[in-house]
Design a protein around this ligand. Structure first.
Ligand SMILES: Cc1ncc(COP(=O)(O)O)c(C=O)c1O
Length: 483
């Protein structure tokens, strides 16, 4: 690396700003906290001092020319990217800016159906048309897999006019597709590759990790620095590949369509400091995370009944690689659904897991975890099995429900519609999403036909206590369908 990764230009500029003792006659109106002592007591003076607006010495996120630009250049180098944008509206905005940068209304994008709602929302906003690739499901675990190369090739052959291919790297559960091969296939057909790395920040820093998007030659990547990279919630990076042939100015004008003109310096400095921390210490931090996850996996598997899976799942195709930092545990063989274990851990043991679904619970392991926390999780899982476990639950039929696409997400979302009871909606075309959150992967999305199978899955998820969302009706009793 040729730049000095020990620098943190935004953070350093804020330190200089603090020393200046500037008198603020600009927003925010709390004026370094003096205007709201309650908030200052809660967040502390340090936060309030740097919760400031754009100004000459601090640059401007919408048009960065000094310290934000320097920080973006450092981040680009650390991630092996041609350019890095600092994003303050979540990875949602990174995913959406990626899609809007390379696709226009009516263009096609090849995309696995197990994407996060932010990607399908981008299709609603833009009128871009999805060509879904069935990611397949592990029949025992019930988790969606990566895209197989044969399926991606078929989608490309049948849709040679598609503008881009979208890839999750990794999925929530740690599954990676063969990204390098997908990049090769896409580029040979003139298609761009956009990668959702919301769960993949660490892939840029750890040794022996699945390949990251920039190393695989992808064109753009949305990286949730706030998920496993240590920055504050809502901060994110949008990377553009060195050879992507996508101009920085074009992407910035897309970002500026929807991004705030008041970028938070708390978020921006957290990105700057997190990049510095990982660029200088990332390898050892990631090694520690893998060690903790491997230890936890071995201990969970020693309990019996639970299955904490790892790279034994790799099959060279739809599970091309596995991210070992993820601690995913299959629970049905102890007689409990993942969501039941999730709820018991939260309600009885004060342990907050990242997600529980019908078959699995997932813990995110990071450098912030202590051994004693992991021991506590393992012993709580053992006790839950002893107190509440039974024979083992019947395996679910985890067939992937391949949706019938009737209209574009945009047409359905904005089209003529009516609200009807969800359980009477079989055969109708949905104008809304229904999903469990997390993971935020739609069970049904706008433009797709509701079927008895899909309704059964929704009802089962609701009855099992999954946190359901997506419809205007907060109780998910009614759904808007096309007239
Ligand atoms: C795969 C994936 N992509 C994108 C996002 C959106 O990230 P954010 O919540 O930062 O907007 C998430 C959030 O969980 C996600 O899981």
């Amino acid at each position: 690396m040729s730049l000095d990764q020990k620098k943190a230009p935004i953070y350093e500029a804020l330190e200089r700003y603090n020393d200046m003792r500037v008198v603020p006659f600009d927003v925010p109106g709390h004026k370094h906290g003096k205007g709201n002592p309650l908030l200052t007591d809660f967040l502390g003076q340090t936060c309030m001092n740097v919760d400031v607006n754009s100004m000459k010495p601090l640059d401007n996120l919408c048009h960065p020319v000094s310290v934000i630009r320097e920080a973006e250049n450092l981040a680009a180098e650390a991630f092996g990217a041609g350019h890095c944008f600092f994003m303050v509206n979540g990875t949602t905005s990174s995913v959406q800016s990626m899609i809007l940068s390379v696709c226009k209304e009516g263009d096609k994008i090849i995309i696995p159906r197990n994407v996060h709602r932010s990607a399908i929302n981008a299709l609603i906003i833009s009128g871009v048309l999805p060509v879904y690739v069935d990611p397949g499901v592990d029949m025992k675990l019930g988790i969606p897999l990566g895209m197989s190369i044969a399926d991606v090739r078929r989608a490309m052959d049948e849709n040679p006019d598609a503008k881009a291919v979208f890839v999750n790297n990794p999925t929530y559960y740690g599954i990676c597709s063969d990204l390098s091969k997908i990049v090769k296939m896409a580029h040979s057909r003139g298609m761009k590759v956009l990668v959702d790395e919301a769960h993949g920040t660490h892939l840029y820093f750890g040794a022996n990790m699945p390949i990251n998007a920039m190393a695989a030659g992808a064109d753009m990547a949305a990286v949730s620095m706030h998920k496993t990279g240590g920055s504050l919630t809502q901060s994110s990076f949008l990377l553009v590949g060195k050879k992507a042939g996508i101009t920085e100015g074009h992407v910035r004008s897309i970002i500026n369509l929807t991004q705030t003109t008041s970028g938070s310096y708390l978020l921006l400095s957290s990105l700057d400091i997190a990049r510095k921390y990982y660029a200088t210490r990332g390898r050892e931090l990631c090694a520690q995370v893998v060690k903790s996850a491997e230890y936890a996996r071995a201990e969970v598997n020693r309990i019996g009944g639970y299955y904490a899976y790892s790279d034994e799942l790799v099959n060279g195709d739809s599970i091309f690689a596995f991210d070992k930092t993820k601690l995913s545990v299959y629970t049905r063989d102890v007689g409990l659904e993942g969501i039941e274990v999730y709820d018991k851990l939260r309600d009885l043991y004060d342990i907050q897991m990242e997600l529980g679904d019908l078959g699995n619970v997932l813990a995110i392991i990071s450098p912030g975890d202590r051994w004693k926390d992991i021991e506590r999780l393992v012993s709580a899982l053992a006790e839950i099995k002893r107190r509440y476990g039974s024979e083992g639950k019947k395996q679910l039929d985890h067939r992937y429900i391949n949706p019938e696409i009737v209209s574009s997400p945009k047409q359905a979302f904005y089209g003529e519609q009516e609200s009807i009871p969800i359980m009477e909606s079989a055969g109708r075309v949905s104008c809304e999403f229904v999903m469990c959150y997390p993971p935020g992967i739609p069970i049904i999305a706008p433009g797709e036909r509701l079927t008895p199978e899909i309704l059964e899955y929704i009802e089962h998820s609701k009855n099992s206590g999954c946190f359901m969302t997506g419809t205007e009706d907060m109780d998910i009793e009614y759904i808007r369908v096309m007239k």
